[in-house]
Design a protein around this ligand. Structure first.
Ligand code: ATP
Length: 519
């Protein structure tokens, strides 16, 4: 079968728009930047991703419970959490193009394009030269040219992080100048000062005085922290236990490119796991492995996922890593796993005046628990799944000639439509009646689609583009012996099965339990 072609990010974006997965917000008014709406197929896929995450957390773990906290919270929450004072990005403008950039991203992009790419090239060359005998780790650790380049990267990152952490924005600007970074649009090096820009959106409460300033939450985690005591007192949980939540978050991102990768309104799936102080490293390791397993169960190639340990830690963290996915524009953060110590609960304890402690009967003492969190963007996960699934291969047409085929190889458990029901000929009333009967029987079990328009080959292609794992075709023989063909999306193989078996066969193959059992 089928030779596969490389696909670009633009192909994935166009596919999402063309098939009704994603639309730009307020498109008829020209579109609102970095805000997107999910269309009929998009919402099905997104709901399936959320369901997989929710079940893997809340249904599969006796010691994790769910929560749905409000988006608006007392503004003091954001003071306590540090977001009012420090949830900001350093921005810089180019005076000639008037384009705005995140200063740290400009520097990181420089490293990627000017240094890291050269390292990758050298590795690829050496791998070709030495063939099977090539030991990448050893090459990276011993090759002089690579070591020099790596040293340069470390120096730049060190200087940038030191300047950012100490608030020395003049040196961040000086670093951009020293590295001779030019604006990608104007090509000039005419930069403004670097300044901090708070990412929280704010609005007014009912009284419309300055005291009524409300923020749209920039993360869901704080809703979990402030409900720690409520959940503890009402759910009979004992430490270690977790609280999971899926919900909207809002960030006024300075540069929001790359489609749904970086949005101003997005959805997070976060779980905060409360543990006895001193045990956070053990649970950090556990959740690190558990989250990688969750991703791999979806059939994503291990080559496309990697851990990235944070070199510099936020002041409240004692360990942190990203799970990165290889998007069409490179490896980027998909999920964070953070050991946040007792910082958050202590901060809320101090600002609210309420004791946020746990009495540990085994130790016979009370303490503020430590927190290990897993935090993933639902939209970013959606984009990862679409980029991973979108492929172009070849399939024979009705005359047996190989033609290009676009196929979304989504895991069946998250595919938007599980099964399409297709009468072979629209004009044959006996076939359409039978097909309707089948559709009306199986629609109770999973998401189905009835389609009688166009030649059956065209309809198969339509379903392939949507990622539908199974197509059921009703033909003359169905009327005679009550059998249909079932066609599988990836292999395009067809089998003849009895009508009475359809529901069972498809249900088993698209069942989300297939994913959960791998965890
Ligand atoms: P980044 O470095 O990409 O800005 P972050 O480190 O600020 O992300 P976290 O605050 O750890 O991200 O948020 C957890 C997860 O939420 C991220 O791993 C990502 O999947 C998602 N996320 C964060 N910001 C956005 C955004 N603007 N649009 C879409 N998803 C986002």
């Amino acid at each position: 079968m089928a030779k596969e072609q490389n696909t670009s990010f633009q192909d994935v974006v166009s596919h999402c728009k063309k098939l009704g997965f994603i639309y730009q917000s307020s498109e008829i008014y020209g579109g609102l930047s970095a805000v997107y709406d999910y269309g009929p197929y998009g919402i099905l896929l997104k709901n399936n991703i959320k369901q997989y995450w929710w079940k893997s957390m809340v249904q599969m773990n006796e010691n994790i419970v769910g929560l749905d906290a409000a988006i608006f919270m007392d503004p003091k929450v954001w003071k306590a959490s540090g977001h009012v004072d420090a949830f900001s990005d350093p921005l810089v403008d180019n005076k000639d193009s008037n384009k705005r950039y995140r200063a740290d991203t400009l520097i990181e992009d420089y490293i990627e394009s000017k240094i890291q790419k050269k390292i990758d090239k050298d590795v690829a060359k050496a791998a070709k030269k030495f063939g099977e005998a090539f030991d990448k780790a050893e090459f990276l650790a011993t090759n002089g040219r690579i070591l020099d380049r790596q040293k340069k990267i470390d120096e730049i990152l060190n200087r940038m992080n030191t300047a950012l952490n100490s608030g020395d924005l003049t040196d961040v600007r000086q670093l951009i100048i020293d590295l001779d970074i030019a604006c990608p649009v104007s090509g000039s090096r005419n930069w403004t000062e670097v300044r901090q820009f708070n990412l929280m959106f704010s609005t007014q409460g009912g009284g419309a005085t300055s005291d009524d300033k409300l923020y749209l939450r920039p993360e869901t985690a704080q809703g979990i922290f402030v409900n720690f005591l409520n959940v503890l007192n009402t759910s009979r949980q004992k430490i270690p236990f977790g609280i999971a939540q899926i919900g909207k978050a809002f960030r006024n991102e300075i540069v929001a490119r790359q489609f749904i990768f970086r949005m101003r309104e997005f959805e997070q799936m976060e779980m905060q796991f409360f543990v006895r102080p001193g045990q956070q490293q053990e649970f950090y390791q556990k959740w690190k492995e558990a989250r990688m397993k969750w991703h791999l169960a979806l059939g994503t190639s291990p080559d496309k996922l990697r851990f990235h340990d944070h070199e510099t830690l936020a002041h409240y963290a004692d360990a942190a890593l990203d799970i990165e996915f290889q998007f069409p524009f490179g490896f980027k953060e998909l999920e964070g796993v953070h050991s946040r110590t007792d910082f958050d609960l202590k901060a809320h304890q101090e600002h609210s005046g309420k004791k946020l402690q746990y009495f540990d009967p085994e130790l016979d003492e009370s303490y503020v628990p430590c927190v290990v969190e897993t935090s993933i963007g639902c939209d970013r996960m959606f984009l990862a799944m679409m980029s991973n699934a979108y492929q172009i291969d070849e399939a024979p047409d009705s005359k047996g000639v190989l033609k290009e085929r676009v196929v979304l190889r989504l895991h069946p458990a998250i595919a938007p439509i599980k099964c399409a029901v297709l009468p072979l000929v629209k004009k044959d009333e006996a076939l359409t009646k039978k097909a309707r009967e089948i559709f009306d029987t199986i629609k109770y079990s999973f998401e189905c689609q009835y389609d009688e328009k166009d030649a059956v080959g065209r309809r198969y292609r339509r379903q392939d583009e949507l990622g539908t794992p199974y197509c059921i075709t009703i033909d003359e023989q169905t009327i005679e012996d009550n059998t249909v063909t079932i066609r599988e999306r990836d292999s395009m193989k067809q089998e003849r099965i009895s009508v009475s078996e359809i529901e069972k066969i498809v249900s088993e193959r698209v069942d989300m339990r297939n994913l959960l059992k791998q965890l």
